[in-house]
Design a protein around this ligand. Structure first.
Ligand code: AMP
Length: 284
């Protein structure tokens, strides 16, 4: 079983020791309730580093008052067993009081890439994410940090923060792990009713339809976007939040299909549960 650290000092000291090996530390920050998506990150971190470590912390700073902070699913026993299976040696499980003994006065705010999409629907969210990730990086020290493409905008925010602040961290983006019917794995999928769960693969279907249109030569952004939006709109359980084709680095909406690396982004609500998904657009 991984060694569990509840204190900042304990986790920091364990990583200081581990860093003596040249193959380095692979760090997987999570909010727990781990699934195969997290497992793929942990396995990659174990494969590419001498020591793989993870954190499990449901960060209050990134939840708005009306969001699911209190209800966020938790199962530490199961998480530790999965981390163990994936070769993780140390797991950091701080309490809120350990991370934030006094209200924080110092936050990290990333501009540009945070403005649209998740940032528009959740105004404080990315400042909360950037602040906790900066704090976790400060505790962990130099490492490779593994994040999923699943939260594509979050990955862009973390990359930008690390570059702008010259943090000694290599950010590694990892592919989205999906259920057999295409639904991207997420800790929040447990909130879905059976009808919503049955409807949720519409996001992936829409992404595939839009990517196929682009690959087949469609160069009109509105029509590519419509292929995605229409697939979601056809599902009565879903309420579309956004469907967009963006530049994969800046997350600026595209005006033409192709030219730079591009990504399709989608978010929709199924009842009170918001689901996100995205897909690369690979043009021949
Ligand atoms: P979370 O616990 O939701 O904060 O996620 C922790 C990390 O796991 C983030 O970097 C996520 O992008 C990543 N992740 C979550 N779901 C998936 C998935 N289905 N495939 C790949 N990575 C994922």
């Amino acid at each position: 079983m991984p060694e569990v650290h509840e204190t900042i000092a304990g986790f920091r000291a364990a990583l200081e020791l581990a860093r003596e090996d040249e193959r380095g530390i692979g760090f997987v920050p999570t909010m727990g309730y781990l699934h195969e998506g997290h497992a793929s990150l942990m396995r990659q971190a174990s494969a590419e580093n001498e020591t793989a470590v993870a954190s499990i912390f449901v960060n209050p700073l990134q939840f708005a008052a009306n969001e699911d902070l209190g209800a966020y699913p938790r199962d530490l026993e199961r998480d530790l067993a999965l981390a163990d299976e994936c070769g993780v040696a140390h797991v950091f499980t701080p309490s809120v009081a350990e991370m934030y003994p006094v209200p924080v006065l110092t936050t990290v705010s990333v501009g540009g890439v945070t403005e649209r999409f998740e940032g528009a629907s959740r105004p404080e969210h990315f400042a909360g994410v950037a602040t906790v990730v900066a704090k976790l990086f400060s505790i962990a020290g130099p490492c490779r940090a593994y994040f999923g493409d699943k939260d594509f905008q979050q990955l862009a925010v973390v990359r930008r923060m690390v570059a702008d602040l010259s943090m000694p961290v290599d950010v590694v983006g990892c592919p989205i792990v999906r259920e057999p019917d295409g639904l991207a794995m997420s800790s929040r999928n447990v909130y879905l009713t059976p009808a919503q769960r049955a409807a949720a693969p519409a996001l992936h279907r829409g992404l595939q339809a839009a990517a196929a249109a682009a690959a087949d030569g469609e160069r009109n952004v509105d029509r590519v976007r419509a292929a995605l939006a229409d697939a979601v709109a056809a599902e009565p359980e879903a309420t579309l939040d956004y469907a967009e084709l963006v530049d994969a680095l800046t997350l600026e909406p595209a005006t033409v299909v192709g030219g730079t690396e591009q990504r399709l982004l989608v978010a929709a609500r199924f009842g009170t549960t918001r689901l996100l998904d995205n897909l690369a657009v690979d043009l021949p």
